[in-house]
Design a protein around this ligand. Structure first.
Ligand SMILES: C[S@@+](CC[C@H](N)C(=O)[O-])C[C@H]1O[C@@H](n2cnc3c(N)ncnc32)[C@H](O)[C@@H]1O
Length: 379
């Protein structure tokens, strides 16, 4: 409120049109939000402690029985169960004081379930809930960045990367070969004969591990800026007995590799980079003439108003604030954010020298756009 000329307080304009029903509905949404926040945190704990997996394989069981099966303290388990019952995730029978996770819920939440096939959405809502909770470890630093600018470096995240890798592994194990590879006609045949493939921002390397296993005549190189990710990718490749992968510590934007690869991959990576434009140019340079890039990004528009129907928009923008945006800004980077969107991505791909770009979708990964970007054969 402001002082008017006579020194009296003016009512803000909106007061005259205050819609009490609308306000009450919003208040109810906030109550619901608090319940969902509580549930999300407990689902994360359920994943990490193994409680969700234990519940998925037990018949209706007492809290003591569940605690014993999970090797955990009963009092904590009982309170945790109370949250999940209140949120209508777990069923409770008061007469027998037993708890059960319906199989329809278990297939979404229990990672070790044999029927763990949650119909094309997130392979691990509970893993993501825990990953999101982990982001809160940097919340004070991110808030400081709101005031002074800059960002939070990768090294500040102690558990987030491991959890994201779990979620990504569960996703790619299920969809890479049957659903993503068919998006790129011709790749399968070339990979069978033998091709050179690079994954830029490869993280812990699961995509390349799966491809290397499926296509032993091809060679796969993963690049990432993070030493722990590269070390883990290498270790897992050795554990799988792969001889056709190699992992290199490198900043993609500074990579000096020319005309080597038939195919390039950049999954969930370009928006995190400090220098995405330079990185896309370096990727284009690394390809042989006629080579192509498959880039996966969250399916979104570059215009906020076109993302309002996106079922996960608020969650993704929040993840962007707490991770994608801030890691890029910590390096003085572009800070694209994970919702940078299709229009901007297409413009950047064109600037980097990709002549023809198709945006592909698969129902197996409904929240992603797959950009198939080709270099012209004259390049
Ligand atoms: C969100 S993760 C995605 C990992 C993997 N591609 C996937 O789909 O799960 C983004 C990866 O990009 C890496 N990265 C960020 N900036 C980079 C840069 N300049 N050069 C190479 N890798 C980078 C990060 O270390 C991280 O592993």
């Amino acid at each position: 409120m402001q002082d008017d000329r006579e020194g009296q307080m003016q009512q803000p304009q909106f007061a005259a049109t205050f819609d009490a029903d609308r306000s009450e509905q919003f208040g109810n949404r906030l109550v619901d939000l608090l319940n969902q926040m509580g549930l999300a945190l407990m689902l994360g704990i359920g994943h990490e402690t193994g409680l969700l997996d234990v519940l998925a394989r037990l018949p209706p069981t007492s809290s003591a029985g569940i605690a014993q099966a999970a090797g955990l303290h009963e009092r904590y388990v009982r309170e945790w169960l109370a949250c999940l019952v209140s949120a209508a995730v777990v069923e409770y029978a008061p007469a027998s004081q037993t708890f059960a996770l319906p199989v329809e819920h278990a297939v979404w939440l229990a990672h070790s379930q044999p029927d763990f096939t949650p119909g094309g959405a997130f392979p691990g809502a509970a893993i993501l809930a825990e990953a999101f909770a982990c982001l809160m470890e940097v919340q004070p630093q991110v808030m400081a960045c709101f005031r002074r600018g800059g960002g939070v470096p990768y090294s500040a995240y102690s558990r987030f990367h491991a959890l994201m890798a779990q979620e990504r592994n569960a996703l790619f194990d299920r969809i890479l070969l049957p659903s993503v590879l068919p998006l790129v006609p011709g790749w399968g045949k070339t990979l069978e004969r033998g091709a050179q493939v690079a994954d830029f921002g490869c993280g812990r390397g699961r995509v390349l591990h799966l491809l290397a296993q499926a296509y032993p005549h091809s060679h796969f190189t993963g690049y990432d800026i993070s030493p722990p990710e590269i070390a883990q990718a290498q270790t897992e490749a050795e554990q799988m007995g792969l001889v056709n992968t190699r992992f290199r510590l490198a900043d993609v934007a500074g990579l000096d590799v020319a005309g080597v690869y038939d195919y390039a991959l950049a999954f969930d990576a370009i928006h995190d980079l400090a220098q995405p434009e330079q990185a896309l140019r370096a990727i284009a340079r690394s390809l042989k003439p006629g080579g192509s890039l498959l880039m996966q990004e969250f399916a979104a528009s570059s215009r906020l108003e076109e993302n309002l129907d996106h079922p996960l928009a608020a969650w993704l923008y929040a993840q962007s604030v707490l991770y994608c945006l801030t890691v890029s800004l910590s390096q003085g980077g572009a800070g694209l954010g994970c919702m940078w969107g299709k229009e901007r991505a297409l413009a950047m791909l064109a600037q980097a020298g990709f002549g023809a770009v198709e945006v592909k979708r698969t129902t197996a990964d409904p929240y992603s756009d797959y950009f198939l970007a080709r270099l012209s054969t004259e390049a």
